[in-house]
Design a protein around this ligand. Structure first.
Ligand code: HEM
Length: 238
């Protein structure tokens, strides 16, 4: 017994990732980080609605917010972590689903009544919808902001990207509005399942708190995607 402990110690991270529970914990932790990112992202994006609510210098609040986010050193580090976590979340999810499928007894999971495999397949489909959304979303705004292709605007002598105008132009297109709204439905279901299984994986199951966590997860997975969907709809209508 003592020999096994000494042998596995140096490779504890590899052993952790290679175990099914280790991968589940990684999925839960990266997922919870991304949930946090989405909350902050939505809060910042709400500045896009300020012109509709009467902002005099149309888009200034959003542009200054985006400028701050793009120039703050701490946020730049968090942003790298964000992309790393998105990548890790995707890689581990593929790994987990493959091992779930390989471990299923006979035939397809939903035929054999294997609930956890069925759930992970559903999560993969919903996650793919979110990934397709990101494949359109990131070139739309983030890539242009980082690699060029945006108009510039100056406020109080500070020149910055006019990301507000880029979003106005993007949401003039019906297909973009439809894509954002449909993707947010996929995101809502993905978050709903993800939120609950993350808490379950981390063992935060308690008679007293589980109903509250479930309600919180339910509210979060409706409010956040709804907020994201509302932005293109309102901008299109205005
Ligand atoms: C109305 C909906 C949304 C709008 C208007 C919006 C807008 C933007 C803009 C303008 C940026 C570029 C910021 C910059 O580089 O300065 C950005 C970045 C990003 N967005 Fe969104 N976004 C929306 C929804 C979403 C959703 C639902 C997700 C995830 C599922 C998402 C994921 C990201 C990511 C990962 C980045 C890169 C962030 C980073 O630099 O760390 N966005 N978004």
């Amino acid at each position: 017994m003592a020999t096994t402990t000494t042998e596995t110690k140096p490779n504890w991270f590899l052993a952790f990732v290679a175990s099914s529970i280790g991968r589940k914990i990684l999925m839960a932790l990266t997922g919870l980080f991304l949930i946090l990112f989405l909350t902050v992202h939505l809060a910042g994006n709400l500045y896009l609605l300020a012109p509709i609510l009467g902002e005099v210098e149309q888009g200034r609040l959003f542009n200054e917010y985006a400028y701050f986010m793009g120039h703050n050193k701490l946020i730049q580090i968090v942003s790298i972590g964000n992309f790393a976590f998105i990548l890790l979340h995707i890689i581990v999810s593929i790994w987990l689903t493959r091992s779930n499928i390989a471990a299923r007894p006979v035939g397809y999971a939903y035929n054999s009544g294997n609930r956890s495999s069925w759930q992970s397949r559903t999560m993969m489909i919903l996650g793919t919808i979110v990934l397709i959304f990101l494949a359109v979303h990131l070139p739309h705004f983030w890539a242009k902001s980082k690699f060029g292709g945006l108009e510039e605007i100056t406020y109080n002598g500070v020149q910055m990207h006019n990301l507000y105008i880029a979003t106005v132009e993007a949401f003039k297109q019906e297909w973009a509005v439809i894509l954002y709204v449909v993707s947010m439905v996929g995101l809502a279901f993905h978050l709903y399942h993800g939120f609950q299984s993350a808490f379950q994986t981390l063992g935060l199951n308690h008679k007293k708190y589980t109903p509250f966590i479930k309600t919180l997860g339910f509210a979060y997975s409706i409010i956040v995607p709804f907020g994201f969907a509302l932005i293109p709809i309102l901008m299109y209508l205005n």
